[in-house]
Design a protein around this ligand. Structure first.
Ligand code: 6PG
Length: 261
């Protein structure tokens, strides 16, 4: 794994702008190199502002949406029309506002008997897209996986102390909720799939995240207590975009500060 590329921004707004630029550049490079851009969205409040920026003409026009394929890293087991749905939020903030074909959208299905069935169906959907066997040893390689970080150190829906942390023979699994709201079952990509990505970008803002950021990026983190620490792309790149508040407990020299920070 290459070194962590950690960037600290003045505030959540600056972070959102820089992250939208980052994604636009990734989309351009992926499409130039491989003819498509496979993007995994995350839920949470931090990315929502960035999704809205991506939908604005300056960014939206710079991305070839016909070649962009959109997945989601975790989902609350609620219908997409429920305000707690991660994909529902992404649709309202971004996907309904850009020219992405409906056939390029891969939400996690929640119209099934339970979250375990949903996980199985998503794995089969991924396998069809990537022309592979569901849960096969060779995990699909997404161009970019976006992730948030919970105050408790969780990532996607991989919560401290929950069995989903240890699932390595499946691409997608389910989990009961962690301690943070909303208290609904989840469906989540597993670590092997996340870590197979070409690039992972964490988006983390706010002082409530400072302790978790410090644990996850600190020396020898305990990943079972702070699951974000187990995101270590096997051969891909690991980027962290955090605002000053979220970085406030990190040692001063750990971040590369861009000129506008
Ligand atoms: C979810 C998310 C989750 C989120 C973090 C950070 O479904 O809750 O996907 O993993 O990314 O909890 O969320 P915030 O940015 O809202 O703090």
């Amino acid at each position: 794994m290459s070194a962590v590329d950690l960037r600290v921004f003045a505030d959540a707004e600056t972070l959102a702008h820089a992250s939208a630029d980052f994604i636009t550049a990734r989309a351009r490079d992926s499409i130039a190199q491989r003819g498509r851009f496979t993007l995994v969205l995350t839920g949470g409040s931090t990315p929502e502002r960035m999704y809205r920026l991506l939908a604005e003409p300056a960014h939206a026009a710079a991305i070839d949406w016909s070649r962009t394929v959109v997945f989601v890293g975790d989902e609350r087991f609620v219908p997409e029309s429920d305000s707690r749905s991660n994909f529902g939020m992404a649709r309202r903030a971004l996907l309904d506002r850009v020219a992405v074909p409906a056939s390029n959208l891969y939400p996690i299905p929640t119209d099934c008997t339970g979250p375990a069935a949903a996980a199985e169906r998503y794995s089969a959907k991924l396998a069809r897209f990537f022309n592979s066997e569901p849960d096969g040893a060779l995990a699909p390689v997404f161009d970019l996986v976006l992730l948030g970080l919970g105050e408790d150190g969780h990532v996607a829906s991989l919560f401290p102390g929950k069995p989903a942390l240890h699932v390595t023979d499946r691409w997608v699994t389910w989990s009961p909720p962690g301690t943070l709201p909303p208290p609904v079952d989840r469906v989540t990509l597993t670590f092997p799939l996340i870590n197979a990505a070409r690039a992972v970008l964490f988006l983390v803002a706010g002082d409530k995240k400072a302790a978790a950021v410090c644990q996850v990026l600190g020396p020898s983190p305990d990943w079972q207590r702070f699951p974000g620490a187990n995101v270590r792309p096997t051969s891909g790149a690991l980027h962290w975009h955090v605002d000053k508040a979220a970085a406030s407990m990190l040692p001063p020299a750990s971040a590369q500060r861009p000129p506008d920070a």
